[in-house]
Design a protein around this ligand. Structure first.
Ligand code: FPP
Ligand code: MG
Length: 266
């Protein structure tokens, strides 16, 4: 419940703030219900997903119910807050479409990856922080930048964990993203670093079920070219900017949340 946590830390615990936090979590849950249908994912947080248990139709409709109830409540909070959150949902949907279409081929363009993770993940954190700042009468822009950086770093670290964490920790097979066709930042960096014949080998492994020896090849090449460190440094830089911004405003709790993000296990 990271998004709700941000809202409460920024704006306190007035009823309207608590409502906003609850609504954002309902919208986030709705987006994950739809996402698991789109991704054909049968596990969520190491448990069977709702679509695995009850089918796609139930998941889509439950998502719609959460979404409709959430937006009704937003209408009772403020038009400005509703507008920020509504814009984020448009970005989420565009990001999800981009994520799906990017999986059809090996993407080597870092800017395209960054735009997609901004839309898919960071936009709702940016909007959550902005809405909370509005409610608390704090300067919206600083908090939105904080939320955006946090969201980008969160997705980058999540993409890294798909490579470094074991199956038991992830609740899904390791290197699952690449098998699904997702060329996340480490794969873009690895592609840049490899000599041309190895670039072809990497591309030939894209979007297919990997044998253990192929998984090992990818992991050893990542190690050889220090790719994990490079991608991690990029996430850390975003977090450092977010921390500096919050430190300058005396927001120690928000700096703490940002710090926790890069101190996750690898
Ligand atoms: C997870 O990405 C997906 C998202 C963060 C956004 C999904 C957004 C939509 C389906 C559109 C919005 C819809 C509504 C109803 C608000 P992922 O697949 O990379 O991550 P995962 O490993 O957690 O599945
Ligand atoms: Mg998914």
């Amino acid at each position: 419940m990271l998004r709700a946590k941000l809202i409460l830390k920024i704006a306190g615990s007035e009823l309207l703030v608590i409502k906003t936090a609850a609504v954002v979590e309902m919208i986030h849950a709705a987006s994950l219900l739809h996402d698991d249908v789109i991704d054909d994912a049968y596990t969520r947080r190491a448990k069977p997903s709702l679509n695995a248990l009850y089918g796609n139709k139930t998941s889509i409709m439950l998502g719609d119910i959460l979404y409709a109830k959430g937006f009704f409540e937003l209408g009772t909070i403020s038009p400005e807050v509703a507008k920020i959150i509504s814009n984020a949902v448009i970005q989420l949907s565009l990001g999800e479409l981009k994520d799906v279409s990017l999986s059809n081929a090996f993407n080597t363009d870092k800017a395209v990856y960054l735009e997609m993770i901004y839309q898919k993940t960071a936009s709702l954190m940016e909007a959550s922080a902005g809405a909370a700042a509005l409610l608390a009468g704090k300067p919206k822009e600083s908090y939105m930048t904080y939320g955006k950086n946090l969201g980008l770093a969160f997705q980058m670290i999540d993409d890294l964990l798909d490579i470094t964490a074991d199956e038991a920790t992830l609740g899904k097979p390791a290197l699952h993203d690449f098998e699904e066709g997702k060329t996340t930042l480490p794969y873009i960096y690895l592609h840049e670093a490899l000599p041309s014949h190895e670039k072809e080998t990497l591309k030939s492994l894209h979007a297919k079920k990997l044998r253990p020896v192929e998984q090992q090849w990818i992991k050893s090449k990542m190690q050889e070219h220090q790719i994990i460190q490079k991608a991690y440094d990029e996430a850390r830089q975003l977090i450092e900017e977010a921390i500096a911004l919050m430190d300058s405003r005396g927001e120690a709790a928000l700096s703490g949340i940002a710090l926790q993000m890069i101190e996750r296990d690898f």
